[in-house]
Design a protein around this ligand. Structure first.
Ligand SMILES: Cc1ncc(CO)c(N)n1
Length: 232
């Protein structure tokens, strides 16, 4: 299966994500407050972009069944994913509303631009391949935390972990859905198209890792502008 091949090739990136200090901090129930805040600020912008990209996906669908899937994902990103953000806000002791106006730092900006580019320039396979590491790496890292740490109520991130591990009632398995659709696409796609999808997938995996690093180091643009001014 195409998706299984991609997953195999990306394995070093998945392993690096499991070992990233931010992810280990979630596993151990301790992440620096500033890193949590930086993450939520950037991820709010990232998920807004993600919803737009799912909108572009809707515009490329051939069938209503596909449209229904992507529109349900828009709803998931805009509404359900508020929950894990609120878990981080609660631990950091901040109001979610106060974190909703960031200019995405370079790594987040790069990831957003890569997904947008794949959606605009690519076919449906490339688009899905660029989007897939988002649910897949989170589901995998959450499953890895459960397996290795068996977190309980003493971990303040427990609900975050359970959310992304897909342990909540009625949660759709987005990773499985996207894999199924990507594999179906790959059955008839040519080798050049599959190569573009492969590259888009691997780059998104790398950018997932960069995103954790961006949060941990509180990455920002190099030159500060006047306070409150947005970067271009
Ligand atoms: C950067 C990033 N990747 C994946 C997810 C999971 O949806 C998220 N919220 N943010």
């Amino acid at each position: 299966m195409f998706s299984a091949q991609l997953r195999e090739e990306a394995n070093p990136v998945f392993e690096a994500i499991y070992q990233h200090p931010f992810v280990e901090g979630v596993a151990n129930g301790q992440v620096p407050r500033e890193a949590l805040i930086h993450y939520v600020k950037a991820d709010y912008e990232y998920l807004t972009a993600f919803a737009r990209i799912y909108g572009l996906a809707v515009s490329k669908c051939e069938t209503r069944e596909e449209m229904t899937f992507f529109q349900s994902q828009i709803h998931f990103v805009l509404h359900s994913e508020i929950h894990p953000h609120n878990v981080f806000c609660k631990v950091a002791g901040v109001q979610y509303e106060d974190l909703q106006k960031m200019t995405p730092p370079p790594a987040a900006d790069h990831y957003i631009a890569h997904m947008m580019n794949s959606a605009v320039q690519g076919d449906m396979g490339e688009l899905m391949a660029a989007l897939l590491p988002c649910p897949w790496t989170y589901q995998a890292l959450a499953a890895h935390i459960i397996e290795t740490k068996a977190p309980d109520q003493s971990n303040p991130f427990l609900e975050w972990i359970m959310f992304y591990a897909n342990k909540e009632e009625g949660m759709p398995d987005v990773t499985a859905e996207l894999c199924k659709r990507l594999d179906k696409w790959a059955e008839t796609a040519g080798s050049a198209a599959k190569e573009r999808a492969r590259k888009a997938f691997l780059k998104s995996c790398m950018l997932e890792h960069s995103f954790w690093e961006m949060a941990t180091t509180e990455q920002d643009w190099m030159v500060p502008l006047k306070k409150g001014a947005a970067h271009v």
